[in-house]
Design a binder for this molecule. Structure first.
Ligand SMILES: NC(=O)c1ccc[n+]([C@@H]2O[C@H](COP(=O)([O-])OP(=O)(O)OC[C@H]3O[C@@H](n4cnc5c(N)ncnc54)[C@H](O)[C@@H]3O)[C@@H](O)[C@H]2O)c1
Length: 424
């Protein structure tokens, strides 16, 4: 079954844009980004000025006002009312076409918060244009395995700085546990469980329709929104509430699980999976196309399983817990288990081992501001070692895509390591 696996389709992605855009080859021919000294001000461009883009802008504004290490110089959106609002509020230049923003020499670093099926291509263009990148999770759409692989290779070859928008990776608990696992505290890792629970948002009620009478034209570029997704006539719900539709989103698997699977794969030192199976469906909300309930099991060649459970029909273990909705991971090895209780990491030995229960304080919890500050420091230093790099995002997204296709097709999905392809 091949129909769901993408070919990197730049022509379809760029669509019939009416703007005087810069071509992909043109982006690659741009002069590479200037070298920055520690006290230079970094020029930041934000692509996508909806819900998340505005959180980026507010966080960046805080950094701009407090340590003056950056300046918001440009914003981009295909919907002019949102673009104009952001350009005015943050004193930035506005672009309707992301390639024009990327051609702006004042931009050193971009943050990307467009819908899931759009931002992988934009990240690829940003790398080609020599910019550093903060790209929202999921790093691509479930249809885009080949794009994900290509992006991982291009980021690695470019040496550019890349941070994925899984801000939970700024929680030091995961780095601390990752080090303990690598140092052998639990012995050979064998199993991990985690999950994400949040009630009913993002779809039926969660995404605002700014203007029910909006129409495509000079103030709304529908072709650029469609990208490589199937061509369709304009639909106001698809444009503003894209999370409900499979063409642009994937429900909890791709929207919420990157937040919890990324730290767990980091802690287990997991790379590309062997096999994924999934169950779930639309168990509570009928209006959407994507599932509201999703459960997945993934096995890795290093001989361990990761289980991720989730529903948008219940929020137990949500707000009061770490990772804002993430169920606390439990990491099991041959000799013992690591998990988090309150503000401490707890090691529980297996019965029959000589090890003792131990507790370790957690240095710092999740913080979006810190996630951005780390990126900015890396960008200024030209240091690609961010806490949520593209290589990790590639491995996580591959597991998520395999699980999504497993539920959709009703089969186990395998990874062909020799050819680096999916077998559905
Ligand atoms: N890290 C987190 O905690 C977090 C939280 C929320 C959203 N997100 C992610 O951020 C992304 C955006 O989500 P959102 O809730 O802000 O969606 P949104 O619909 O509110 O915003 C997306 C914006 O992108 C614009 N857009 C669409 N196509 C474009 C294109 N080709 N070029 C430029 N702009 C385009 C839209 O007009 C819209 O304003 C999603 O991938 C989502 O998963 C991450």
């Amino acid at each position: 079954m091949r129909m769901h696996l993408d070919k990197v389709n730049r022509r379809a992605f760029l669509g019939h844009t009416v703007l005087a855009g810069v071509t992909a080859a043109g982006l690659a021919a741009l002069p590479k980004r200037r070298a920055l000294a520690a006290n230079d001000v970094l020029g930041v461009g934000v692509i996508g000025c909806g819900g998340r883009g505005n959180s980026h802008l507010e966080t960046l504004k805080h950094i701009q006002d407090h340590d003056k290490s950056i300046r918001i110089v440009a914003v981009c959106d295909v919907y002019r009312p949102r673009l104009n609002k952001a350009a005015e509020r943050y004193g930035a230049k506005g672009y309707m076409d992301h390639r024009e923003l990327l051609a702006d020499p004042a931009v050193d670093l971009v943050t990307i918060a467009t819908p899931d099926h759009i931002h992988g291509y934009q990240a690829l263009d940003a790398i080609a244009a020599g910019k550093d990148v903060y790209c929202e999770k999921p790093v691509t759409h479930w249809r885009q395995f080949e794009l994900t692989k290509k992006l991982a290779k291009e980021v690695a070859a470019s040496g550019r700085v890349f941070q994925c928008g899984t801000q939970g990776m700024s929680d030091t608990a995961w780095k601390q546990i990752g080090t303990m696992v690598r140092e052998g505290m639990i012995g050979q890792p064998i199993h991990a469980e985690c999950g994400y629970f949040r009630v009913g948002d993002w779809g039926e009620r969660g995404m605002p329709i700014d203007d029910p009478n909006a129409q495509p034209g000079p103030d709304l570029n529908w072709e650029a929104f469609l990208g490589d997704s199937p061509k369709r006539d304009f639909d106001v719900s698809r444009f503003f509430r894209w999370r409900m539709y499979e063409d642009y989103a994937g429900g909890p698997c791709t929207d919420l699980f990157p937040h919890i699977l990324t730290p767990v794969m980091h802690m287990m030192n997991a790379k590309l999976p062997d096999v994924a199976v999934a169950t779930g469906g639309k168990f509570r909300y009928e209006e959407r196309e994507v599932p509201d309930t999703f459960n997945m099991l993934v096995d890795f060649p290093e001989k361990f399983t990761i289980a991720v459970l989730g529903t948008q029909g219940n929020d137990h273990q949500a707000t009061e817990e770490r990772g804002s909705g993430g169920r606390i991971p439990v990491i099991r090895g041959w000799d013992g288990t690591l998990t988090v209780r309150g503000n401490e990491i707890v090691f529980i030995p297996n019965r029959g081992t000589e090890k003792k229960e131990e507790k370790f304080p957690i240095e710092r919890q999740e913080n979006l501001l810190h996630h951005f500050q780390e990126l900015i420091a890396c960008s200024k230093a030209g240091d690609p070692k961010t806490s949520s790099p593209m290589e990790l995002a590639y491995h996580v997204q591959t597991a998520l895509i395999m699980a999504f296709l497993s539920l959709r097709e009703g089969k186990a999905v395998r990874f062909d390591h020799a050819n680096e392809t999916l077998v559905v």
